[in-house]
Design a protein around this ligand. Structure first.
Ligand code: UDX
Ligand code: UDX
Length: 455
């Protein structure tokens, strides 16, 4: 029986391995992590991450052909294929701080693989990495070692949070990058065979290692760029009385543009977009391509502008002051259907509001624990309230930061009655029924649309 090991039981490693175990009953899948609490959580009824359908997926194979463990060395010894999906955050120190990827966990993992391998291995880069990382990894793996052969592949993950299970089950494509050598191509074929357990062959794409590494950065940069593009136009719509949803619909019907990823918002969040664009920017600067670097950097600049613009609009609308005013922030996760708050626009929004001395109340169905951690340094300045009705009680305004489905079906009449008048709603996701809210009595401020104001 073939054994697959995954090092790093995070948002990517956990769900991906659970899917492989489910679809390939003849493969033994082991997931290891240095974080013992995380490993224990994967084996419990309270998984360390929230994803629709994930609990059922894990349950179906747990301790049958899917195993979680903290014994990294044993896992390495037993594995034929090793996925590495440890985190690669943006560097916070030294050269490239704030932009380059911090590869220390990756390198440490490579050394661990080398130290514990007694047979040939295929090592799969699952983490998003700068282009040509595989080269460094190969050198580390092979240094001073002549007996064991390591073949490094790049196999970036394109799943989106909140839809991870669906995306893994039915991916647009699976990308495998390998070397053109005979052993490289053999490794590519071995990994393709794993995915062929459930993914149609014509969606399994092969490429060179470098193209594969770059494609992951490029995909995230393009996706984020679309959001920044529509968000930039949302600012213009607000000045010109054009409606950004109408513009998005009109341009999206052009098959060359396409309709997806054109929802104007308070800004994009998530662990990947900003990190990967800054990584791309750093790479371009490294290769003296400053115009290319500046071009992509603007995508991040525009996102920060949009987040700040949202709060500035709140302040100017609410008579140029929010000091002492209770403001209920609806949603803290970076998108719906996840408890993840990494780079969530709500973080910057809450901090800005707290700086303006607003009494910020945060509510979210899944992300309250993470919100408390993210804003821990603000201490008593932020109130956390799981019930959105209670959060809105006595508030001057509601700011919608996450498009949770449940926010669409709340009893807004009840909410309106409990709020201070004039009552404002700033819909940072354009996800509510603005006309209905206006009819209840709210002053409604969407993104990129004419506001519905009673004043
Ligand atoms: C992944 C990828 O790794 C990242 O490159 C990509 O851009 C986004 O998705 P993610 O799964 O979201 O990251 O990261 P995280 O949830 O932080 O999981 C990483 C796990 O690796 C953690 O559980 C951490 O404890 C573990 N880890 C880290 C190790 O087991 N060993 C280490 O040396 C470092
Ligand atoms: C992204 C990529 O989609 C995925 O392929 C990659 O593997 C990891 O990064 P993720 O960050 O999980 O996935 O979520 P995504 O759905 O892409 O949303 C990112 C952010 O953009 C969210 O904050 C979301 O609310 C925002 N967004 C998305 C918009 O503001 N408007 C849109 O039209 C789409």
């Amino acid at each position: 029986m073939k054994t697959i090991l995954c090092i790093g039981a995070g948002y990517v490693g956990g769900p991906t391995m659970a899917m492989i175990a489910r679809k390939c009953p003849n493969i033994r899948v082991i997931v290891v992590d240095i974080d013992a609490a995380r490993i224990a959580a994967w084996q419990s009824d309270r998984l360390p991450i929230y994803e629709p359908g994930l609990q059922e997926l894990v349950k179906a194979t747990l301790n049958k052909n899917l195993f979680f463990s903290t014994d990294v060395a044993k896992g390495i010894r037993e594995a034929d294929i090793i996925f590495v999906s440890v985190n690669t955050p943006t560097k916070t120190f030294g050269q490239g701080a704030g932009q380059a990827a911090d590869l220390q966990y990756w390198e440490k993992t490579a050394r661990e693989i080398k130290a514990n391998s007694t047979s040939d291995k295929i090592v799969v880069e699952k983490s998003t990495l700068p282009v040509r990382t595989a080269e460094a990894m190969e050198r580390i793996l092979h240094s001073g070692n002549k007996t064991v052969h390591f073949e490094v592949l790049s196999n970036p993950e394109f799943l989106a949070e909140g839809t991870a299970v669906k995306d893994l089950e039915n991916p647009d494509r699976v990308l495998i990058g390998g070397h053109a050598t005979e052993s490289g191509q053999r490794a590519v074929a071995a990994l393709a065979d794993v995915y062929a357990g459930w993914v149609p062959r014509d969606r399994i794409l092969t490429a060179s290692v470098w193209s594969s590494e770059l494609s992951k950065l490029a995909a995230n940069a393009f996706l984020a760029q679309r959001i920044s593009s529509i968000n930039s136009l949302s600012a213009l719509c607000e000045r010109t009385e054009a409606d950004v949803s109408e513009v998005a619909k009109a341009i999206g019907m052009d098959a060359r543009i396409g309709s997806k990823f054109l929802n104007a918002s308070v800004g994009f969040g998530g662990s990947c977009f900003k990190k990967d664009i800054l990584n791309l920017v750093y790479l371009c600067r490294h290769y003296n391509l400053s115009e290319v670097a500046d071009y992509w950097e603007q995508v991040v600049t525009m996102n920060e502008y949009q987040e700040d613009r949202f709060v500035r609009k709140m302040i100017s609308t609410m008579f140029n002051t929010v000091a002492g005013k209770r403001i209920a922030v609806f949603g803290f996760a970076f998108k719906a259907d996840t408890g993840d708050t990494r780079e969530s626009p709500a973080i910057r929004v809450c901090r800005f509001l707290a700086d303006e001395r607003a009494a910020v109340v945060v509510t979210d169905p899944k992300a309250m624990d993470n919100a408390k951690k993210d804003l821990a340094d603000l201490g008593g300045k932020i109130v956390y309230e799981a019930d959105p009705y209670k959060a809105a009680e006595g508030a001057h305004a509601i700011a919608v930061a996450t498009d949770w489905a449940e926010y669409k079906t709340l009893d807004y009449k009840r909410i309106y009655e409990s709020m201070v008048k004039p009552a404002f709603i700033f819909d940072g996701r354009n996800c509510l029924d603005h006309k209905a809210l206006f009819e209840i009595g709210f002053n409604v401020y969407p993104i990129g649309k004419v506001p519905l104001s009673q004043l």
